[in-house]
Design a protein around this ligand. Structure first.
Ligand code: PMV
Length: 332
């Protein structure tokens, strides 16, 4: 059966950086994100009788070997589960640039998990879908749900307690915005899986991060419940700084931010001090593009400030979005 699904990217406010198990993609700490609209992947999957190998078209082009291998490995998990050898045709379209810190792999593997399981005749609930999407890309486990989402690190070796849950629904915080400042659409040099491995292996700060991250997560959870932007803002800026400090402390050092990222950080600190309270908060993933969380009251002001910064190529405003969904409009 040909099946199509959509999924949105999510931007973590408490980050996933470091795995306790690489193969099963089990993280060391819980992470928290908002699924955002505007950054969407749509994917159509069909398992075809007689097809010699998996086929993958990404944004209108035949996928690279590396991209195809990642999707093949993911489809192998599904094939093993249902005991088939059938290959699949996969066509996927992003509404945004891949691999530039815009969390394309999160939307990609959430959409692929949703579409491929249904195409294979499996009826997965969100918990199982989240565990499956996790195997493609850790952060994809969170994009199965809309709204605010927490990925539970779990304790089990087999990963059966490692999946994402919804903390609040997409329309529970309608005022929240993420103003994205894009300063580079190039692929990052060190992918997140390789990067976090270096941090686990040799960053002394990584160990201290694990001691402090739960305290920030608790504040963010509480702030989400109360829709208390000020409390959330400070914790998420500290969290982003903490992860990037660990990255820099790794060997080889991981430098994902660029000079534009630092101009954005300065501008947000200035903005908050002019208001004498936190009205905006920056967070960066493994890339230089800034995600500025704010509320509808300040979105225009934030966008204008970002648009003025030398090196910011464009800004995108996203609201809290929906989880992965089946869509009837196929891509082939
Ligand atoms: O899901 P991955 O393997 O692309 O890793 C994502 C890592 C960060 O984006 C840096 C943090 C996160 O929690 O999304």
């Amino acid at each position: 059966m040909k099946t199509t699904a959509t999924a949105n990217a999510n931007i973590a406010v408490i980050k996933y950086w470091g795995r306790r198990n690489d193969e099963l993609v089990l993280p060391y700490n819980n992470s928290i994100s908002f699924t955002m609209d505007e950054l969407q992947t749509k994917t159509t999957v069909e398992f075809v009788d007689g097809l010699k190998a998996d086929e993958l078209i990404l944004d209108g082009k035949v996928a690279t070997e590396k991209e195809l291998l990642r999707v093949q490995n993911f489809l192998d998990i599904i094939r093993t589960k249902i005991g088939t050898k059938k290959h699949a045709k996969v066509v996927s379209k992003n509404s945004f640039a891949k691999s530039a810190g815009l969390a394309s792999s999160a939307a990609a593997f959430a959409a692929l998990a949703k579409a491929a399981t249904k195409a294979a005749g499996m009826d997965f609930e969100d918990k199982q879908l989240s565990m499956l999407a996790r195997r493609g890309s850790g952060s994809a486990s969170r994009s199965i749900h809309g709204g605010a989402v927490e990925w539970l690190a779990g304790k089990r070796e087999d990963g059966e307690d490692c999946y994402a849950i919804q903390l609040s629904k997409p329309n529970d915080w309608p005022e929240l915005r993420n103003v994205i400042a894009i300063s580079s659409e190039h692929e990052k040099k060190v992918g997140s899986a390789a990067g976090m491995k270096f941090s686990v292996q040799n960053s002394a700060l990584f160990k201290s991060r694990l001691e402090s991250v739960e305290e920030r997560a608790a504040k963010v959870r509480e702030a989400i419940k109360k829709r208390d932007f000020g409390t959330m803002a400070r914790s998420i800026m500290q969290e982003s700084n903490n992860m990037h400090a660990v990255m820099l402390d790794s060997w080889p050092p991981l430098i994902y931010l660029n000079e534009v990222s630092f101009r954005v950080i300065d501008a947000i600190i200035d903005l908050n001090s002019r208001h004498s309270k936190e009205v905006a908060a920056y967070t960066f993933d493994a890339g230089p593009n800034a995600h500025i969380y704010t509320t509808n009251r300040h979105e225009k002001e934030v966008k204008e400030i970002l648009d003025e910064i030398n090196g910011v190529q464009k800004t995108i405003i996203a609201k809290v979005g929906e989880g992965a969904k089946i869509n009837s409009d196929h891509l082939f």
